[in-house]
Design a protein around this ligand. Structure first.
Ligand SMILES: *Cc1c(COP(=O)(O)O)cnc(C)c1O
Length: 378
């Protein structure tokens, strides 16, 4: 029985050959392939200026710096995400202000955002959880009314769209991740798309040592920039991936559809939202993560995951609620603050979903899950 991981990147032969050519070319650091990838990302996102870098975590941090967010400022962000999201807010000296998420969409509950806004609030950092876009109309209406910046953590959402418009092709600053677990990869890496050209200049300085050059090529350093530029080897991987992204995501949607079909029956997990009504094709299905019906089972989540592993199936946890980590408890957060994030954190399991999976794989996962539920039913 072959092991089925919960995620796996798909790299085609053309991309592998392309990488071999870059390795033989003598130019490995940022060069022509980075420029090609940034142009391709810009084209993909309706002409928005796009910049690559070595991680989405670095991208989010630099985006906050570009917006001038730092000590004394507050940034509103969901209590359910990967730790990178609030960590970067802490890293620039600002304070993450958590807001609970919706149980079905796992996205920031926009109805609760306004109550969290204070005179110190400078930005909202939403997450398009599992590839399902936040309600962009409502999000940007709040941001506009309160004059807040929006830095979208779109790590899960490359290729997602809202009412037919790609995430990253509109809005403020949008950050994508190309980690191997995400919908496309550059091994490690990420990208930002920008609304304002003058901020891109600032970003370029922050990405590479603060270095600029005049017409004669004389170098100047105007700020203490960091070092976040992508390699040409990684960019070549990304070029191969971007060309296949829409196909990957279409396959993810198909496989998610099979999960819904097979899990619709008893015993019911709480299934994730299928997408916004009439706009289901905008969901890129980075993950398929139901909530376990732990109240009706005699086993806990750890035992469920172990039982799946025994059947050769990988299961992930995305994620524990952020505010219960010790770093965020130190800010005063505690159990009971965000009931939906806490319930998701306790009950969520990420089932295998990646483009190279077959429908037989989905059936195998669902059969294993149902077998375990039947054995463990109270
Ligand atoms: C993966 C991820 C990140 C960080 O991406 P890296 O490219 O690994 O730095 C940030 N936010 C979320 C929600 C993620 O899932």
């Amino acid at each position: 029985m072959t092991y089925l991981p919960f995620t796996k990147p798909t790299l085609d032969e053309d991309t592998i050959q392309g990488v071999v050519e870059v390795l033989r070319s003598g130019w490995l650091a940022s060069g022509p392939n980075v420029q090609l990838l940034e142009k391709a990302l810009s084209d993909y996102h309706g002409g928005r200026i796009a910049r690559t870098l070595t991680s989405a975590t670095g991208g989010l941090e630099v985006a906050l710096q570009v917006c001038g967010i730092g000590h004394g400022d507050e940034v509103i962000t969901p209590a359910m995400s990967f730790a990178a999201t609030p960590n970067v807010i802490m890293r620039v000296g600002a304070r993450p202000v958590f807001v609970d998420v919706d149980l079905a969409t796992r996205n920031l509950d926009l109805g609760r955002v306004e109550a969290a806004i204070t005179p110190r609030t400078k930005a909202i950092m939403p997450v398009h959880f599992a590839g399902l876009p936040v309600d962009m109309d409502a999000l940007y209406a709040i941001a506009e009314q309160h004059k807040l910046r929006v830095i979208e953590d779109a790590a899960h959402a490359v290729g997602s769209s809202w009412k037919g418009r790609k995430i990253g092709s509109f809005g403020d600053i949008v950050s994508f991740s190309f980690h191997p677990n995400k919908n496309m990869t550059t091994i490690e890496g990420g990208a930002l798309t920008f609304a304002f050209a003058d901020e891109v200049k600032q970003f370029d300085l922050l990405r590479f040592h603060g270095i600029s050059r005049d017409a004669e090529g004389n170098m100047d350093v105007s700020l203490a920039g960091g070092k976040y530029n992508l390699s040409d080897v990684a960019a070549r991987v990304g070029l191969g991936q971007l060309g296949q992204l829409d196909g990957f995501n279409a396959r993810r949607r198909e496989l998610a559809g099979h999960y819904f079909q097979h899990l619709a029956s008893d015993p019911a997990c709480l299934l994730p939202s299928r997408g916004h009504a009439g706009d289901e094709a905008g969901h890129s299905w980075h993950m398929f993560a139901p909530l376990l019906p732990l109240d009706s089972l005699s086993i806990g989540r750890k035992q469920f995951i172990d039982a799946m592993h025994q059947r050769g199936i990988g299961v992930g946890i995305h994620y524990p609620a952020l505010h219960l980590f010790s770093l965020y408890r130190e800010l005063g957060y505690k159990e009971g603050d965000f009931p939906n994030a806490e319930r998701i954190g306790r009950e969520t399991v990420t089932l295998p979903l990646f483009p190279a999976m077959t429908t037989a794989d989905v059936e195998r996962v669902c059969a294993a899950l149902q077998e375990i539920f039947i054995e463990a039913r109270k």
